[in-house]
Design a protein around this ligand. Structure first.
Ligand code: FE2
Length: 442
């Protein structure tokens, strides 16, 4: 009898995993979805102790960028030399360094150096710690058009590499990551291999991240925090008046981008909420007509994976974002792609935000195949495949969004749409009073 039950359970699992009777995605009936791929392996390479490793860059206030790298030794200087010609470093900046220990693991020396003021839309050559190799970066433009690459839940599998290769082929100005970077969890050495994996792209264009659940170190009764993420991926929180690396904002080329934290307090009495109100009050839609938000756990998600996990944060913060006129909210967490109509409070609303879930960078956990049916009215396109997004803000009223599926290793544009801004469709004028009211009252 026991054996029969085991066989029955196995048969049910097989049926579920082969998708019989359950809709998996709704857009590509003939598409044979590739399987998850194995984790990348990183052979140990001896390094000179002061050699810069895991170089990545981020925006750090107007016309400034932060260069971050790691060395094995503790004596390398936190200095970046830079200039606009190959091998000619006309400027240099000094910064700070940090390190951390976690159980048996000790990190290398993590250097953070802010360089600038920098010219817009310009290639700079730079080197770290006073030694080669030389790296190249391009600063973002100061005016439209500006293009963002977007992919969350990256991890470090062969699919991650495919996604990064595809992003590397596109012409973009900076990369937005709605959380879950390395999937290190408490295995700290995986942060180092992730840093090495992304260096070719992350040393050349600003990578702007917010935290996901996999950034949170978890060991029962021992540690709970974001020690590795905060030390390694320092974002411009101080520059944007935030007291936490887990939420901040920045502006680029007519776009105000708010990075929220799904894994820190967000209720109306929280520091994050108070900071968000202050940040929204500073947004000037004349200067930055577009308003974007990124966070990890989606608020509009018709996938069974992580169903409802964003609801409490949504209940707390959606009225504020609606009053402020957020154009697009990008989330990760669910390992699939989904795009909504403009929506607010679960009802279609021309003055609500477009919600996009793009947690499909390629992590080890595989894809989230199973969707709720019937499809909610707000859900326009949903599909469980790995891939990345590109958001080209063309001018103050129009942006072109496209999602590129990793189809047999080729990037295939599978979803695309023109998005009109709330400034362009007249909603912002109508919301001014509402915003004033909510910022004053709450
Ligand atoms: Fe996640």
């Amino acid at each position: 009898m026991k054996l029969q039950l085991i066989f029955l359970a196995a048969a049910i699992l097989t049926l579920i995993s082969s998708g019989i009777g359950i809709e998996a995605g709704s857009s590509e009936e003939d598409y044979i979805r590739p399987k998850p791929r194995k984790a990348l392996s990183f052979p140990w390479k001896p390094k000179h102790s002061s050699e810069p490793q895991q170089v990545h860059i981020s925006l750090a206030g107007e016309k400034h960028m932060r260069i971050t790298w790691i060395t094995d030794d503790t004596s390398s200087p936190s200095i970046v030399e830079y200039g606009t010609s190959h091998g000619k470093y006309t400027s240099s900046s000094q910064g700070e360094s940090t390190s951390y220990s976690y159980l048996m693991y000790s990190s290398g020396t993590i250097h953070h150096v802010v360089i600038g003021p920098l010219e817009d839309d310009t290639v700079y050559f730079y080197r770290c710690g006073g030694q080669d190799p030389e790296f190249q970066l391009k600063t973002p433009p100061s005016r439209f058009p500006v293009t963002f690459a977007v992919a969350g839940d990256l991890g470090q599998t062969e699919w991650t590499k495919t996604t990064l290769d595809h992003i590397g082929q596109c012409k973009y100005d900076l990369h937005l990551i709605p959380g879950d970077l390395s999937y290190a969890d408490y295995q700290q050495h995986l942060w180092d291999s992730f840093g090495a994996l992304v260096q070719p792209l992350a040393s050349a264009r600003a990578w702007m991240t917010t935290e996901g659940n996999h950034e949170k170190e978890k060991i029962f009764l021992l540690k709970s925090g974001f020690q590795a993420y905060n030390a390694r991926w320092k974002m411009p929180y101080e520059e944007s008046g935030s007291s936490s690396n887990l939420y901040y904002s920045f502006e680029v080329a007519g776009v105000h981008v708010i990075m929220l934290g799904s894994y820190t307090d967000y209720d109306e009495y929280s520091e994050q909420y108070a900071w968000l109100k202050e940040d929204l009050a500073k947004v000037d839609r004349e200067r930055t007509p577009w308003l974007l938000v990124l966070l990890h756990a989606p608020w509009y998600n018709s996938n069974w994976a992580h169903q409802g996990e964003g609801n409490r944060m949504k209940a707390s913060m959606e009225p504020l974002l609606y009053a402020a006129g957020v154009d697009i909210l990008l989330a990760g967490h669910v390992h699939a792609y989904e795009r909504s109509e403009r929506v607010y409070n679960d009802i279609l609303d021309p003055c609500g935000a477009v919600h996009i879930t793009i947690g499909d960078g390629g992590n080890r956990e595989g894809l989230a195949h199973w969707y709720r049916n019937p499809k909610p009215q707000w859900s326009i396109f949903r599909e469980a495949s790995f891939g990345h997004g590109e958001l080209k803000i063309v001018n103050e009223t129009h942006a072109f969004w496209s999602w590129h599926r990793n189809d047999d290793d080729e990037p295939v544009k599978s979803d695309q749409v023109w998005i009109n801004s709330l400034v362009g469709n007249g909603c912002i004028v109508g919301k001014k009073h509402e915003l004033r009211k909510i910022l004053a009252v709450l």
